[in-house]
Ligand binder design. Structure first.
Ligand code: PGA
Length: 263
């Protein structure tokens, strides 16, 4: 595992955006062999999307041959609903870059057939040869995508009921009214995330400090789904100092030294 710690959210967002742009360029994607990027929603990636838009505007990266798969979507919300992840992604990212709309994949939360929608999503990822780079946030309870505590660590795309802590955390987008937050979502599984060739889990702010401590210093356990990243060959935790607050000083020293020495 690589752990990148920067002073604040702006700096870690710039690092993650730079890493994504570098990965896309390194792959030299074409129409036949596009770069496949897994993407999250939420507050954490907003700075990354802003930075990627800037990089695109400055001609440092192109999304012409990039295919995206979002991690999750609420059940019951239409793409036009301001709280849907369809809306979020277009409003905060896709509308400002040169991505082909056909290359955008987001689970349909309004589907009548959840099982088929989820199976089709897994098959679509497979048809592209898998996800090259998956970016994800982390819940205060350690969830990744909407894989709440006690999710199977080998789960695939499916319907999940949200944990009360997630509903409370996300109520800030729904007028702070927990009764307005959908209680279920379609989400890629932990197995789906682990199949990506590379995974970056990003966290900012002190409210993520316990989850980051568990992710790096805890034991692999379905109580903290993010701990599964310890089993990934190319897993990166990218966080700011506030989110790293509960890490033991020797842990921080170890990872900072490794980065100074060139990784
Ligand atoms: P946040 O959500 O970025 O809004 O904190 C992260 C998550 O729930 O995965």
């Amino acid at each position: 595992m690589r752990v990148i710690i920067k002073d604040n959210a702006v700096d870690i967002s710039a690092w993650v955006a730079g890493y994504i742009a570098y990965s896309i360029k390194r792959a030299k994607p074409t129409a036949k062999k596009p770069f496949v990027l897994g993407l999250p929603t939420g507050s954490t990636p907003l700075g990354v999307y802003k930075e990627l838009i800037k990089l695109y505007q400055n001609k440092k990266v192109s999304f012409e041959h990039v295919v995206t798969f979002n991690m999750d979507e609420y059940i019951g919300l239409s793409p036009e609903d301001k709280n849907s992840y369809h809306y979020f992604m277009h409003e905060n990212f896709f509308n400002y870059i040169n991505i082909n709309p056909k290359n955008i994949h987001i689970l349909d939360g309004q589907t009548k057939d959840y099982a088929k929608e989820c199976e089709d999503y897994e098959n679509a990822i497979k048809a592209y040869g898998g996800i090259d780079l998956m970016l994800g946030g982390i819940g205060t309870d350690g969830h990744i995508a909407f894989n709440e505590p006690f999710s199977s660590l080998t789960s695939r795309t499916r319907i999940k009921t949200l944990a009360p802590s997630t509903i409370k955390d996300n109520s800030r987008f729904f007028d702070n009214d927990i009764s307005k937050v959908p209680t279920q979502a379609l989400t890629i599984g932990i197995g789906t995330i682990m199949d990506a060739k590379e995974v970056i889990i990003m966290a900012t702010g002190e409210n993520k400090a316990e989850a980051i401590h568990q992710a790096i210093e805890g034991n692999i356990n379905h109580l903290w789904p993010v701990t599964v990243l310890q089993m990934h060959r190319y897993g990166i935790i990218a966080c700011d100092k506030a989110a790293a607050k509960k890490l033991a000083p020797p842990t921080i020293d170890y990872f900072q030294n490794i980065e100074k020495m060139g990784g």
